[in-house]
Write a protein that binds this ligand. Structure first.
Ligand SMILES: *Cc1c(COP(=O)(O)O)cnc(C)c1O
Length: 237
C-alpha cells in the first residue's frame, strides 16, 4: 500500500457527493470537472491522484507549481499529461514563468495581469483559456473584479488575441454553513448569464466555484469546475 492510497477513497467520496448534488439539481455529473487542488502537496501525491483518475490539478503559487509540474511529468513518464490550472492571485512578475506551464488560468483578477499575460503569450505563440475572477463579497483579502467593473474589463480583454474568455470564477466568503455560500454562487451564475447576453462573441460556459467546504451548493447552482483540495488530499482523521 502506498502512503497515498487513502486518496482513492477521498476521490470516490467527493465524486459521489458531486453526483448527488447533480441529481438534486437535475444536472449531468459529467458537466462538472473536478479540479484537485494540489498546493502544499508533493508530486508523489499528485501522481497518486492521477492514478486514481484525476486529470485536472490546481495550483495557486507559481514558484511552487513549476518544479512540481516538472516532477509530475517525470513520474508519469509516457502517460498523457494532466491539465494544470492556475487558481491563485498571479503577480505580474510571475506571468512569464507561468504562461508556458499552465493550461487554464482561473484567476484573471485585474486588467494589468491580463495585459502582461497577453504580452507573454504572444511572445511564445500560445493561446490561454481564462476565467475572470469576480469579487462578490466585501472581504478585504479577496481579489477579483467587482461586478460593476467587469463589463469594461471584458471589452478590453476581447481585444487581446491570445486570451480566450471561457467564464467566471469566484471564492465565496468563509461562512458558518455551506448553504450560506449559495447566494454568492447564484450571483456568479446570474452575472455570467448577463455577460453572455452582452458579449456573445466570447465563451461563457465555465463557472469555477465551490471548494471543500461549499462545493455542493456550488454544483447545485451550476458550477462546471469545482476546486477541491483538502477533501482529496488530507488523510482521514
Ligand atoms: C486552496 C484553494 C482551493 C481549495 O480549497 P480547499 O478548501 O482545500 O478545498 C480552491 N480555490 C482556491 C483559489 C484555493 O486557493
Amino acid at each position: 500500500m502506498s502512503r497515498w492510497s487513502y486518496i482513492a477513497d477521498n476521490i470516490q467520496r467527493v465524486r459521489e457527493r458531486i453526483a448527488k448534488a447533480c441529481e438534486r439539481a437535475g444536472r449531468d455529473p459529467h458537466a462538472v470537472r473536478l479540479v484537485a487542488v494540489s498546493k502544499n502537496m508533493p508530486a508523489e501525491a499528485v501522481a497518486a491522484a492521477y492514478a486514481y483518475g484525476i486529470r485536472d490539478f490546481g495550483e495557486n503559487r507559481v514558484e511552487e507549481a513549476l518544479p512540481k509540474i516538472e516532477a509530475v511529468r517525470a513520474l508519469l513518464g509516457d502517460a498523457p499529461a494532466p491539465a494544470w490550472h492556475m487558481i491563485g492571485h498571479l503577480q505580474r512578475r510571475k506571468v512569464r514563468g507561468a504562461m508556458p506551464a499552465f493550461d487554464l488560468v482561473h484567476s484573471v483578477d485585474r486588467l494589468s495581469v491580463a495585459e502582461e499575460m497577453e504580452k507573454r503569450l504572444s511572445a511564445i505563440g500560445k493561446e490561454m483559456p481564462i476565467l475572470l475572477e469576480i469579487k462578490l463579497s466585501e472581504e478585504e483579502t479577496k481579489w477579483g473584479f467587482a461586478p460593476e467593473e467587469v463589463v469594461d474589463a471584458v471589452g478590453k480583454i476581447l481585444q487581446m488575441p491570445h486570451l480566450r474568455i471561457r467564464g467566471l470564477m469566484t471564492m465565496a466568503p468563509i461562512v458558518p454553513h455551506p448553504e450560506d455560500a449559495r447566494p454568492y454562487f447564484r450571483r456568479l451564475r446570474e452575472l455570467r448569464d448577463a455577460l453572455a447576453r452582452q458579449f456573445p462573441q466570447a465563451g461563457w460556459d465555465e463557472l469555477s466555484m465551490g471548494m471543500t467546504d461549499d462545493f455542493e451548493p456550488a454544483v447545485e447552482e451550476g458550477a462546471t469546475m469545482v476546486r477541491i483540495g483538502r477533501a482529496i488530499f488530507l488523510p482521514p482523521e
